[in-house]
Each structure stands twice: as C-alpha cells, then as structure tokens.
Design a protein around this ligand. Structure first.
Ligand code: NAD
Length: 358
C-alpha cells in the first residue's frame, strides 16, 4: 500500500528525532511491503525564519493532502520575544484547527525495564503502568470568552469562561469509548460536577452515552480525587476522558509517573482518520544538535500513527516491541541512563530500534 505522510521536523531537537523516526518507518515499509511517501514541510520557528509565518499555507495544505502528520517539536529562545500571535507555538493551534483535531491521546506507559525511573514506590506500579488520557482539545476554558473588568469593591478583575456543548462532549466520549474497546474496556470520566455546571452537562452526556453502549465500563471521578488517585493507585485507570483544562494537568501528571519525557508519544485526532502524531516533549533547545536527545517518544508516536491513522496494527506492534527489546537489552539515551546500562546517542538509538525490527 502507498501512504502519504507529512513530516514537520520543526525546531531544536525536532529534526534529530524525526529523522530517526522516518528511518524507522522506512524499515517498516521495507519489511511489510508498504510505500511511505514523506513530504517535509515547515512549521514553527524555522517557518518564521523562512516565510515570516509559523504555519505557512503550503504546510497546512500538504498536511490536509496526507494520510497522517508526524511532528517533531516547535519553539525555542530565538523566537521567545515575538508577540503571542506570531510565536512558533501558534503553528500547533493552526494545525489542530486546520486539521479538525479535537482529541488528544496521551498514553502513559511505564516499561518494566525503566521501572527505576518511576518516582512512585514499586508496590504501587507492580508490573508497570499503562494509562491513556483522552483530553478534549478544542473547547473549554482555553477557548472560552475571557477578559478584564473592574469591580468597585474588589478592584481589578479577570475572567475566563468554560463552555462545553453536548456535541463536543459526545464526540470526545466516543473517542474514549473506542479506545477503551481496544484496551481493558474501562473509561473514567473526570470532571468537577459537584461545582461546575459545564461538568454537570459533561457527566450527563457521558452517562447517556454509556447507557447506549454496554461494552465499556464507565465511572466518574472528581478531578481533585483523580489527581490523588493517579499517584495513589495509577493502575486502577485504563482510559481517562476529560476536558481541555483538566486533561492538560492530568496528562502531565500521568506522564511524570513514567519517569522520562523523552519516552512519551501523543496523538491528536478528529473525526477523520488523519491525525497528528508528536512526542509530548518540546524542542529541548538545551540539548539540540548534540546527538543526545531520546528519539523514542517520536518513534512511539509513529507507532500510534500506524495504528490510528493507517490501520497498520501489526506494524505498530513491531515498532513497540522493538523499543521494548532495545530497552530490555540495556540500551539507554542519556535522559534514561542508569548504572550498568549502555549509553547511546540519538542516531545510535534509532539504529538500535531499526535493527530490533529486523
Ligand atoms: P522541553 O520538553 O523541550 O524540555 C524540557 C526538558 O526535557 C529539557 O531539559 C530537555 O532537555 C528535556 N528533554 C525534552 N525532550 C527530550 C528528549 N527527547 N530527550 C532527552 N531530553 C529531553 O520543554 P521546554 O524546555 O519547556 O520547552 C522548550 C521549547 O519547546 C519552548 O520553546 C516550548 O514552547 C517548546 N514546546 C513545544 C512543544 C511542541 O512542539 N509540541 C511542546 C512543549 C514545549
């Protein structure tokens, strides 16, 4: 089969980690008889330098014409003084809205070989950890009305409004249910329905959808309790579905449990099959160009891409098991290094994963 993949290497370590990932995909293509065509396009700081815009029209067009988008990272100190709307990170908002991506999937997986990197006690994580946070990405307080005002008694005031429609809750819940069906079948919806009206609509909607689909087990948790339960007993969770704001915080908390940011993939999807796949980490300007960045988060994002956008399950499994094999063999990049292990650079780690694919 032929597949078109748009590649946005971006800034900082982005080009280094995407280069290794593209090579991994080529290895998969050769092994399984697929033809991946890669279109390299600009976004972020490098796009500002080349075109004056963080997300050139050509980039979005190429992404829309592709089966999936692979992104490294954008941003860096060079562009930090630009005004908000002109900053590299605006490319991410443009891509999300331009591609209609409303769900962010962040698996927090702790590999047994990396147990020592987990800050929790061993008895809490037992045989590892595998939680998927499904975060609503285009609604809620980050996109609601905001402003400043003045109150005679209180002085200066500010407000940000949390608004959710039933339709937005339904579509993100549907994504969470679909994901749960491919996993352990459990969805925990996280809200603050004891206080917020928007959360009450969220909970009613999730309940109504659960009544119509008995193949998933659904429960609810207040966000304050969820943040505590994640560190008390993370394995009680399978899929967590939540709003933009709560998901932002809980997905970072869940990912910290796994130890290293260099290991964590993510996917953003919408109602079409085409998604955007990127590591959770940023452009890491402090280590850019030194061949020490961990490429595994991006490589694992490519595995999510194969499974989610291209329906290539066996190929996705092949990448994931190659990464496990490499870790079990004791290979580590600097960020996950521990005594007795063998340290590899970015390129050598990419090469090790490709060899393990066979
Ligand atoms: P960061 O994730 O880039 O780096 C945080 C720390 O983690 C740094 O010490 C870095 O060296 C380390 N790190 C990150 N990825 C690593 C990897 N693959 N291997 C080894 N170590 C790794 O976060 P930051 O420093 O807050 O942000 C740097 C820039 O990235 C900023 O301009 C920020 O706006 C941008 N950013 C972009 C995205 C994105 O493109 N999606 C996400 C987050 C931050």
């Amino acid at each position: 089969m032929n597949y078109k993949i748009a590649v946005i290497a971006g800034d900082g370590i982005g080009p280094e980690v995407t280069r290794e990932t593209v090579e991994v995909l080529k290895t998969i293509g050769t092994k399984y008889g697929h033809n991946f065509t890669f279109s390299h396009v600009l976004a972020g700081g490098c796009a500002i330098d080349a075109t004056g815009q963080p997300l050139p029209e050509e980039t979005l067009k190429t992404c829309l014409e592709s089966d999936a988008v692979l992104l490294g990272a954008v941003g860096g100190p060079k562009w930090d003084t630009l005004p908000g709307k002109e900053r590299p990170e605006m490319a991410l908002f443009g891509l999300r809205s331009g591609l209609g991506l409303f769900a962010n999937l962040r698996p927090a997986i702790l590999y047994s070989a990396l147990k020592e990197a987990c800050p929790l006690k061993e008895e809490l994580i037992k045989d590892g950890l595998d939680v998927l946070v499904v975060r609503e990405l285009t609604g809620g307080i980050y996109f609601g009305e905001r402003g400043r005002g003045h109150d005679d008694r209180l002085g200066e005031t500010a407000y940000d409004m949390e608004v959710y429609s039933m339709m937005e809750v339904e579509r993100i819940t549907k994504v969470a249910f679909e994901m749960a069906k491919k996993r352990k079948g459990k969805v925990t919806s996280v809200d603050k329905a004891n206080v917020l009206e928007s959360s009450r609509l969220w909970r009613e909607t999730v309940n109504r959808m659960a009544e119509g689909d008995h193949s998933v087990q659904v429960d609810h948790m207040y966000v304050d309790n969820a943040s505590m339960q994640l560190v008390r007993d993370p394995n009680q969770f399978d899929v967590i579905v939540t709003s933009n704001l709560f998901g932002d915080i809980l997905s970072d908390e869940a990912s910290m449990i796994t130890g290293s940011i260099g290991m964590l993939p993510s996917a953003s999807i919408g109602s079409e099959k085409r998604g955007l796949f990127e590591p959770v980490h940023g452009s890491a300007p402090d280590i850019a160009g030194k061949d020490i960045a961990n490429p595994i988060a991006t490589i694992m994002s490519a595995a999510m891409m194969l499974r989610t956008s291209l329906d290539l399950m066996e190929e996705a499994d092949a990448i994931e098991s190659a990464v496990s094999k490499v870790l079990d063999a004791g290979y580590r990049t600097a960020d996950i290094m521990s005594p007795g292990m063998q340290k590899l650079g970015t390129k050598a780690m990419g090469e090790a994963v490709r060899k393990a694919i066979g």
